[in-house]
Design a protein around this ligand. Structure first.
Ligand SMILES: [Zn+2]
Ligand SMILES: [Zn+2]
Length: 349
């Protein structure tokens, strides 16, 4: 009975494959019990379109329309397959500049979500997980903004880059400086949104020179990580063990062992996510994730369960209002846990 708290489909995400329904059917065949649909939030600024969206000629209005279509499709599919799998509907955050907060609030006012994934994919507006070249550009952008000078690096497609006030200027340079700015951006996102699930906590390692870099050796970076993890532990956010890293060449999922051990010490709860972008990636790498958790001494994973269905099953009556889930609250979504060793061998790859 594994779970995924983070997924995309080719129907609504330009860099993914396959229809939403085929992804759900794959999740059912892999015996997933909880499958969270978390398409990227629509972005309102043309300069925030992903390269593949630009290639397709999409506009921010197209993204808004497509998200609306995602939501209605997801609600219908949740109902269609409710006997076989619990579908939770959410979205994945993009946290690019301070004005994103208003965009996220607008989205949350428009739709009822069961959960969402709080992620950071940009630092000072530059993507950090796209390619090595863009990663290097992110470093030079952070360094340029640190100086306070008005240089070409401080503009993004003609507009002055808007930095999050939480990004503290330090004396560091290069990768280490980008790590710091990333975790400051993440802190800004965490404190503003308190996301129920925190997405790929250490994504910043993906395009750096060595993903096995030990963050405890960089005192500024580590201090920020400790601050973020303590905050997550205090408000009760759950961090995903995200298997996407294993299909990008890592030996283990996000987050790496230095961060995972800290989280464990701080009592942070973990959830499983495949961050799948198509049927081939549903529950991909889960045995590796479970190996990793056992090796690291994590014995329990958590998941979000929608308890509305259980109420239906108990009294046998499906109420019309139960077809539309209310916003996440203690009455309709509950946190439950499963033992890592009980999840072994369930998912066939
Ligand atoms: Zn992501
Ligand atoms: Zn994602």
């Amino acid at each position: 009975m594994p779970f995924s708290h983070h997924s995309h489909s080719g129907q609504f995400c330009a860099h993914a494959k396959d229809s939403l329904e085929s992804c759900i059917l794959e999740a059912i065949s892999k015996k997933l019990r909880i499958f969270c649909l978390t398409e990227h939030m629509p972005r309102a600024e043309p300069r925030d379109l992903y390269p593949e969206e630009v290639e397709l000629g999409l506009t921010p209005q197209d993204l808004t329309n497509r998200f609306a279509e995602f939501y209605t499709t997801a609600v219908a599919l949740r109902d269609k397959y409710k006997e076989e799998i619990t579908i939770l509907i959410g979205f994945e955050v993009d946290y690019i500049r301070p004005s994103m907060l208003a965009e996220i609030e607008r989205l949350q006012e428009t739709y009822n979500f069961d959960m969402f994934v709080g992620s950071v994919h940009h630092v000072d507006e530059i993507p950090i997980d796209f390619s090595e070249d863009v990663f290097l550009k992110a470093i030079s952008t952070v360094e340029a903004l640190d100086t306070g000078a008005d240089s070409p690096e401080t503009y993004n497609n003609g507009a002055k880059i808007e930095r999050f006030p939480e990004i503290q200027v330090t004396q560091s340079t290069g990768e280490e400086r980008l790590f710091e700015a990333y975790f400051d951006t993440q802190y800004s996102m965490l404190t503003a949104l308190k996301p129920p699930v925190i997405g790929h906590f250490d994504l910043i390692r993906l395009k750096c020179s060595d993903y096995e870099v030990d963050f405890t050796t960089m005192s500024n970076v580590w201090e920020k990580i400790v601050r973020n993890v303590k905050f997550i532990s205090e408000y009760g956010g759950m961090v995903e063990i995200n298997s996407a890293a294993t299909r990008k060449g890592w030996k283990y999922p996000y987050p790496g062992p230095d961060v995972l051990q800290l989280m464990k010490e701080q009592g942070v709860k973990f959830v499983l996510s495949d961050d799948s972008h198509g049927t081939a990636q549903v529950a991909f790498g889960y045995e590796k994730c479970l190996d990793y958790l056992e090796k690291q001494g994590v014995e329990e994973v958590w998941y979000y369960e929608w308890i509305g269905w259980e109420r239906d099953i108990q009294d046998g009556i499906l109420r019309p209002e139960d077809r539309y889930l209310p916003k996440i609250n203690a009455n309709c979504v509950e946190r439950k846990s499963a033992r890592v060793k009980d999840l072994r061998g369930i998912v066939s790859e």
